[in-house]
Structures are given as C-alpha cells and as structure tokens.
Ligand binder design. Structure first.
Ligand code: AHR
Length: 515
C-alpha cells in the first residue's frame, strides 16, 4: 500500500497555464493535413483549418502555441507567408526527411487565426540562421504596430486591422546544433534582443517595460556535460558588459528511445516500458540544474552604476520542446510520425507533473508536437482524425491550470513501477493525479488530506494492454472513463488504480480536522 499525505495548506506556487503549451511546425504532416487543409478541401474545415482538430483544441484551450519552429524557423522568411495565398512563393523543407514543397499557405495570419480559434497566445520564433535583425524587427512591426506605418497598413490590407499583440518571441532555435558557440550566440543575442521595438507611445513612454518577452535559446537538455557548460558560458558572456534583457531561457528535452529500431513505439517488452518511463523522469533534475545555473549566471551580472539602472535581473526557465522521440519516428512517413500508446500517455502525465511540481522554477512548456509529429495529441490522414491518449491527459490535467501546487509526501518514495502523485488546489477543490507506472499491477493507495474533504469525482485513463493505442480503425480504444469511488475513513481515502494508468481524483475541502 502506498501512502500519501496531501498537505492541503502548504502551497508550492502558482501553476502557470502556459505550462500546458503546444508546438507546431511545418514538419511531416503537422501543419499541412494536420491543421491546414485549405478552404476547398473535402475534409470538413473552418476557412481552411480542419474542423475535427480545431473543435478538439477548442475544448482543450491550449494557453500558448509555438510556431514556425523548431528547425524550420531557422530558414523561415515570414514575408513568404503573407498576402494572397495563390501568389505566395514556394520554398522547400528538407528538415528531418520531410522533403516537401512549402506553398506557404499557412503563414502569419493563418497562425494568428488558429491561435484565436483555439484560445491560445502565439509564440513566434524568429529566424536567426538565414534571417536578420532587420527581418525580425519588420515582423514585429508587422504583427504589433498600432500606428499606421507601412508595415501596419500592409497587415491591415492583408485582413488584420488590429495588431496581433504577439507577446512571446523566441530568438533562435537550438543554436547549439552546430551553428554557434555560447559566446557567438551571446553576441548575436545582444543584437537581436536590443533591436526589439518597445511599442512605447507618448502616453506610456516610460510607463512599463515592453510587453514583448525575449526568449533566449537554452541548451540541449539531452547532453549532460554540454548543457552545463553551455548555460555557464552563455551567462558568463552576458555578464561581461551591460547585459541585455532576457525574459526567458528555452531548454529543449526529448525522451529518446532509439536503442531498438523498427516500430519501437508500438512493440516493446517490460525493459522497453521502464526505459521510457525512466527516461522522461530525467527532466526533473535537468530543470533543477538549469534553474540553479541561471541564478548563478544572473548573480554575476555587473552592478548598475547610476540612476538608469534596470530592475533586478530575472529570467524564467521554459521548456519549449519536450516529448518522447522513438526511433520509429525516423523511419515512419510522414516525417517524424509516431503512434502514441498508453506508455506515451503515462510519460506525458509524468512530464506535466514534473512541470506542475516545479512551477516555482518553470514558467512555460510546449509539447512537441500537437499533430502527427512525435508526442502528438492528434493523428490525421485525409479526412480521418484520432485523438491520441496524450490528448486525454492534457484535457484531464486542465483542472490544474491557475491552481496552487501542493506539497505532497509519499511513503515509500516513488520508484519506476510505483504510483507517481501530484496535487493542486483551486477554488476549494483539491485535484490529485495518480500515475501508475507499473506495467502489470493495479495499486492500492491511501490519501491523507489532514482535513475533511468530500469526494467529488474520479477519471481514469488506461488501455486493455500496455501497448494499446488509438487507431483509425479503433479511434476510442483508450479514452478517459469515470474512475471508482474511493473508500473514506475520516480525512483518509483508500482507492485502487489500475495498472498502467493515469487517474485524476477531485475532492472538495470542507473544514479543518483537529488531530
Ligand atoms: O520537434 C522536432 C524538431 O526537434 C524541431 O524542429 C527541433 O527544434 C528539434 O530538434
């Protein structure tokens, strides 16, 4: 029996809704087919956006979506994606074996519409490899300028009178991929970050700092030595002389499963099961390490010498790309397509709980990617579309957004095969996640709330076998169902969670029990 104490009055911090972000890119069939089918398509659509995906995303209401990449951002010219669709230039995408023409039908306006339709804030990543500071600045002017400048008028002529108000801007993507050293990047970053327009007006000239957030490229989270050196060296460079503003630092972490080839996202034994579970858990220590390194780096910033000092340096850690990456993704077509079994749903839940638990350290995170690529929420093919079990996890976990993470003690502590737990509190309701990582065994649990709580409801996601997945033939083989009611004894509830499952239990706080 595993026991947990849920300290209902010990709050760890606010769970930023942005921790449940999404990432989309023209890679494989993520955007074309996955999101955009065009107005004349036989696939049911809203002005070109596929209806099934939009409807399901509206229910999910992702808080933020990152676009156009990823690697694609490194060669993406935003001007190619505006204006009349039939006149847009044709480019080519050779990233990760996509090998397809880009007719640029899904550009800035389409992305903004998509975000509005599903209720997300846009995060744009600028092209730092084949682009320029001028190109970035023009994109910002085009998106955000209210005054009738030429670029603002061009936006209006293209159908958007009101500025888009894009707040999040990524400066470069995975620049450690060979193009730059930390010192090179620091020097490029200075230029890009300093060229941000402030969008100040006569009325608010000095009133507040720019609402636009500068997100610097962080390290490769999968390289233990390099990522430490990268972060140390990058901040050391910035600290040498008048540091530029840096609002966030974007770490990428993939849970690589590339030992076995073939359809290894579908075929695995017990060893394969636990390797993938263990792999995703590594991210928590990477977060602790990188957060500490950022603080050490900021502490080395030179002290301001006069009145014009900037407010205390701060920089949030974000995880702009995360998810399982199975070897199969390299072999499958479309590029980076992989199926998602209940094993992926479990690691999705464990990863979101890592963010929840560390909400005082991480401000935003985006799963890679929303449709048809890697750890996706949807798989599409022509007019067919299924929601993977990852979608159910995101939907089930929506209750935590904007809640307060609670301190939770577990006896004995969690090991692969145990039930991993997390709890948050919002509007007097405690929501508890129970992720049973055991491949075969159901587990008995005891939750002690140290106060009187009333059971509200339970949901559970599990498959009929550990390698179960949703397919076009069986689209709802794995779906969230109502969970069993727990047994109550004062402030303590007993329950059983099925093998290989993700559960959510909710309780209403009544009054404090004096023990
Ligand atoms: O998500 C797929 C790719 O993985 C992205 O384009 C890139 O940033 C990362 O390496």
């Amino acid at each position: 029996m595993q026991k947990n104490i849920v300290h209902f009055n010990r709050e760890k911090g606010l769970i930023y809704p942005e921790l449940h972000g999404q990432f989309i890119e023209f890679l494989g069939s993520c955007i074309y087919d996955g999101i955009w089918v065009g107005e004349s398509s036989r696939v049911p659509n809203y002005n070109g956006f596929r209806k099934d995906v939009v409807d399901a995303l509206q229910e999910l209401a992702p808080p933020v979506i990152r676009w156009p990449g990823g690697c694609y951002a490194d060669t993406y010219h935003w001007r190619f994606g505006i204006g009349k669709r039939e006149e847009r230039p044709v480019t080519y995408n050779e990233n990760f074996g996509t090998y397809e023409k880009d007719f640029n039908q899904f550009g800035t306006h389409e992305f903004m519409k998509f975000c509005r339709m599903v209720g997300a804030k846009p995060w744009l990543n600028v092209n730092m490899l084949s682009g320029s500071v001028a190109e970035m600045r023009d994109w910002m002017e085009y998106c955000n300028r209210r005054e009738p400048t030429s670029l603002a008028k061009e936006r209006e002529a293209n159908g958007a009178k009101e500025p888009f108000g894009v707040q999040y801007w990524g400066i470069g993507n995975e620049v450690w991929g060979g193009s730059l050293t930390p010192a090179d990047y620091a020097s490029e970053y200075r230029k890009y970050a300093s060229a941000f327009p402030s969008f100040a007006t006569e009325e608010n000239a000095f009133a507040k700092p720019s609402f636009m957030k500068r997100i610097a490229c962080g390290p490769d989270g999968n390289k233990p030595k390099e990522r430490v050196a990268w972060t140390k060296d990058f901040f050391k460079e910035l600290a040498k002389y008048r540091p530029p503003v840096i609002d966030a630092y974007d770490l990428h972490f993939y849970n690589w499963n590339i030992k076995n080839s073939g359809r290894n996202e579908l075929k695995f034994d017990e060893t394969g099961w636990y390797e993938v579970i263990l792999g995703c858990l590594e991210l928590e220590e990477v977060i602790w390490e990188q957060y500490a390194l950022i603080q050490e780096g900021l502490a080395e910033y030179p002290a301001a010498e006069d009145f014009f000092k900037v407010s205390e340096a701060h920089c949030k850690l974000v995880v702009g790309e995360w998810g399982n990456w199975h070897a199969a993704a390299f072999a499958n077509q479309p590029a980076l397509y992989q199926q998602c079994t209940i094993r992926d749903a479990i690691t999705t839940a464990l990863t979101l709980d890592i963010f929840h638990r560390n909400c005082d350290l991480v401000g935003m995170a985006c799963v890679a990617q929303t449709v048809n690529v890697l750890n996706s929420l949807f798989l599409t093919e022509g007019d067919k579309c299924i929601r993977t079990p990852n979608y159910d996890v995101f939907l089930m976990y929506k209750v935590h957004r904007g809640g307060k993470a609670l301190v939770l003690e577990q006896f004995p502590g969690s090991q692969p095969g145990d039930v991993f737990t997390f709890a948050s509190k919002k509007a007097g309701v405690i929501s508890v996640n129970l992720v049973n990582t055991h491949m075969k065994l159901a587990k008995e649990m005891e939750l002690d709330f140290e106060t009187e709580v009333l059971f509200l409801k339970a949901e559970v996601l599990t498959g009929d076998s550990p390698d179960a997945y949703n397919s076009f033939e069986q689209p709802d083989r794995i779906r969230t169902k109502e969970g069993e009611s727990p047994e109550r004894n004062g402030a303590v509830y007993k329950l059983t969670v099925p093998a290989a499952s993700v559960s959510l239990y909710q309780f209403q706080i009544q009054r404090k029990i004096v023990k």
